[in-house]
Structures are given as structure tokens and as C-alpha cells.
Ligand binder design. Sequence first.
Ligand code: DGL
Length: 290
Amino acid sequence: MIGIFDSGYGGLTILQQIRSVLPEYDYLYLGDNARAPYGTRSFDCIYRYTLEAVQFLLAHHCTLIILACNTASAKALRTIQQHDLPVINSKLQAEDTDHLPATGASRKVNVLGVIRPTVEAVSSVTKTGHVGVLATPATVSSESYVLELNKIADQLTVVQQPCPMWVPLIESGEHTDEGADYFVDKYLREILAKDPLIDTLVLGCTHYPLLLPKIEKWLKTHSPKPVAALPQGKLVAYSLADYLRRHPEYERQLTREGSCRYLTTDDADKFNQAAALFLGTPIHSEHVSF
Ligand code: DGL
């Protein structure tokens, strides 16, 4: 099973695109809505919450986990990959050696993020070479986008804008109201003032596609030249498809019944209502705690 994790609803924008590209697999979505937003929290806190979520998903038969959250990808992924996964995988290997699995192959789990697949697409989109990154304060302070973009194309000029109010607006369902216009205007105005040559704005938080209609409307009416807003869902979905082609050792462990279960650490009815709006289809979620 593929686990998809986000602090709240944002990862649904990634899940939706992944399922449209890879509908055959089984998915388990986990939204830590009770503790969202993550984007204004400390490194230690984001790492601890993310590791708890990863351990929960592993205990629920996920063998591949996507951190469908830039904040978790920026702050926790590297430590999980370098420190925690080796321990988890060597435990699995020891168990498999003891129990001689029928397949003869040891289980192996992996955790992937959303920043790398996004960054890989950016340099082919920008024409001016000036890129803006809209993200949570935690993602901005990690400098992950700046570092990764510079690794791929060191001639790019990258400017960041923290948008601390966007996730709370989305988590509270206020993102389509007029009140949200104030904060859309504020952050877009600020980032374009920092660098008027920006022609590509990376939506570096998986919640932000829910504000895309307002963002695009603002750009059309306020920007003197075309500026593209780039959501991540499709980029992550195609990158995952490519990853599975290149890594049969993970692909063959995935179950394939096309199912999707939704779990939330907050109220399930509230999650059902909000998720149905985001996904355009009714869903049934379950409350979990860990
Ligand atoms: N969707 C998360 C991200 O991509 C939101 C983080 C938050 O909870 O603040 O960064």
C-alpha cells in the first residue's frame, strides 16, 4: 500500500493527481488535522510529528510513503531517510530472515518527499530564470527550495515568500471567502516586489492549489506580464510513476486493488465534508490517534 501523509487537507491535492496517474494501487491517506498547521512549528516538532505519522503508516501496511507536505519534506525527510529508515529496514530484514517469507525477498520500505520532483520541473518552465517560491515559514527557513533549485540550475534567481496565513485559511474552510483575498494580495504583492522578473511561482505547499483560482485571478489582474503559478500534484505523480518503474523492489510490494482509505487525527465528519469539497466526490474517513 502507498501511504500519503500531510499535516491536513493539502496532501489531498497530491493524492488526487497520483491516483489519476496510478489508479491501480491501494492508498492510505493520513491527515494530521488535529496538529495542523505544521508550517509555523519548530524543526524538532515537525520531525517528531512526521516520524510518528510515518511509523503509524508503516504499522498499517504501507511500504512506500509520500510526504505530501513540503514542510515535512523540508524539515523531516532527510533525517528520516538517513537516520530512521536504515534502522526500520534492518529490523524488517532481521524479521524476514527469521520467518523465511514465501517470496524469498526481504521487505524494504521507503519514504519520499515532494520538493525534489517539483524542483526538477521548474527550470523547464521559467523563461526569465527568475523563480518565486511561495511556502510555509518552516519550508522557507529550511532554504530547501533555494538549495535544490541551485543544485539543478545554478543560474536561476530564487526568491522566497513565507505565507503563514494561507494554510490556516484553508484548514478552516475560509479560503474561498472574500476575506482570503487580503492575504492572497499581500503575499503575491510582496514576492513580486522583491523580484519583478519572476515569471514562475512555485506553490511550495500542498495546501496552496486550493487557493489557485484566487492566485490566478490576482496574477491576471495585477501583474503587468504573465506569471505562471505552478502546483505540484502532477509533477509528484509523474515522478512517482517513474520512481516505481526504476525501483521494482518497492513496486512489487504494493497491493493493487485501486482502493483508498482516509484517516484523520481530528474529527472524521469534518474531514469528510472538507475533503469532499477538495476532491469533488464524497469520501468516508476514519478518526485515528497515535
Ligand atoms: N501542506 C503542507 C505543506 O506542503 C502544509 C504545512 C502546514 O501544515 O503548515 O507545507
